[in-house]
Design a protein around this ligand. Structure first.
Ligand SMILES: NC(=O)C1=CN([C@@H]2O[C@H](COP(=O)(O)OP(=O)(O)OC[C@H]3O[C@@H](n4cnc5c(N)ncnc54)[C@H](OP(=O)(O)O)[C@@H]3O)[C@@H](O)[C@H]2O)C=CC1
Ligand SMILES: Nc1nc(=O)c2c([nH]1)NC[C@@H]1CN(c3ccc(C(=O)N[C@@H](CCC(=O)O)C(=O)O)cc3)C=[N+]21
Length: 295
């Protein structure tokens, strides 16, 4: 058997197109565009690439995008001042502070300063709490993108056994909360987990968010499992480098039922969901009704 390859790039393009259409309707109703502000501190080249693609995708959907580039030595106080200014700016519906931040800045303090109603990343403790409690709020883009891919692939997820490998606040934990809300039986694995291979082998759904190149081997998987590879790892390749996921893709192909590639899987979905969350924020902030479930 050869796994189906889940085309995240195509799914993301379709989602961006729906967001673009609905944004046009929003703009007619509200008399303004939805606005996303992205803040980048420092010159990490990978972060700079992501921030550029976020800006481009925002504008392609017809929304207003602003990017605030701050020097690596910017103080926490100055960053907090910018966040508060964006909180108060009526043209800004969504605020994203690109992570990681330089070591001298307390990430938790910066995330906590973002207005939860503009927190399109869904990282604010209020939104994390809403997700854990089953209340409406912003859901982190990467796990929501993963869930969309899973539901398109499998339909109803209820009763399926899911293993999430990784327990970060931005991917693993919210992913587990979403799968639990879909009535999966969820195991969260991490660096202290014993016999990870056996945990993976019991799962109908494996979501890998570890940050270790090709760590999850094909022969760990249950035949027919659906594998979502969140990992983005740059590894040496000849003279240059290439991107690989957390899953040994070639090894998984002959065992899994379906798998996301890296690149072209979860990454593009993350950006499409960011636009979706920004459009949602704009509807709420402008008091324009929005048809639930239409995105
Ligand atoms: N495609 C996309 O849009 C995105 C991709 N990513 C990528 O996803 C990956 C994970 O990101 P993120 O969640 O931020 O990473 P973190 O480094 O914050 O978390 C990694 C998690 O993996 C666990 N882990 C580490 N080593 C092992 C191991 N040997 N066995 C089992 N678990 C292990 C850690 O466990 P412990 O808690 O015990 O330390 C931790 O919970 C990265 O490659 C990142 O680049 C991230 C965000 C978006
Ligand atoms: N506040 C914040 N929010 C984030 O959502 C956030 C962040 N900080 N910091 C970094 C991570 C990482 N992340 C990615 C987004 C898109 C791709 C993506 O589009 N990847 C392409 C490949 C891109 C390439 O070629 O480098 C793909 O997988 O096909 C990857 C990773 C968002 N993150």
């Amino acid at each position: 058997m050869t796994a189906r390859i889940i085309d995240g790039k195509a799914r993301a393009a379709a989602l961006r197109a729906r967001v673009g259409e609905q944004h046009a309707a929003f703009e007619r109703a509200a008399g303004r565009k939805a606005g996303l502000a992205v803040v980048l501190v420092g010159e990490d080249p990978a972060s700079a690439v992501y921030v550029r693609s976020k800006g481009k995708a925002t504008e392609a959907a017809g929304m207003a995008s602003s990017t605030h580039r701050l020097a690596a030595k910017t103080s926490e106080g100055d960053l907090l001042t910018l966040v508060r200014q964006l909180n108060g700016d009526p043209a800004v519906d969504g605020i994203l502070v690109q992570l990681p931040l330089p070591g001298h800045i307390n990430e938790n303090a910066v995330i906590a300063a973002i207005d939860p109603n503009k927190d399109v990343d869904g990282f604010h403790p209020v939104n994390a709490g809403r997700l854990a409690s089953g209340l409406q709020g912003f859901v982190p883009c990467t796990p929501l993108g993963c869930l969309m891919l899973l539901k398109e692939e499998l339909g109803d997820l209820s009763g399926l056994d899911a293993v999430v490998i990784g327990r970060s606040n931005i991917v693993g934990k919210p992913m587990a909360a979403l799968l639990l809300a879909e009535s999966c039986t969820v195991t969260i694995a991490h660096s202290r987990t014993r016999d990870l291979a056996a945990k993976a082998a019991a799962a109908d759904i494996v979501v890998a968010a570890v940050g270790r190149p090709e760590m999850i081997k094909g022969d760990w998987l249950k035949p027919g499992a659906t594998v979502i590879d969140v990992g983005i790892n740059r590894v040496p390749d000849g003279e240059g480098t290439r991107l690989v996921g957390d899953v040994d893709f070639d090894g998984a192909l002959s065992v899994a039922g379906a798998i996301t590639p890296v690149p072209g899987g979860v990454g593009p979905m993350t950006i499409a969901v960011l636009l979706r969350n920004t459009l949602l924020a704009a509807h709420r902030n402008a008091g324009v009704a929005y048809e639930k479930g239409s995105l």
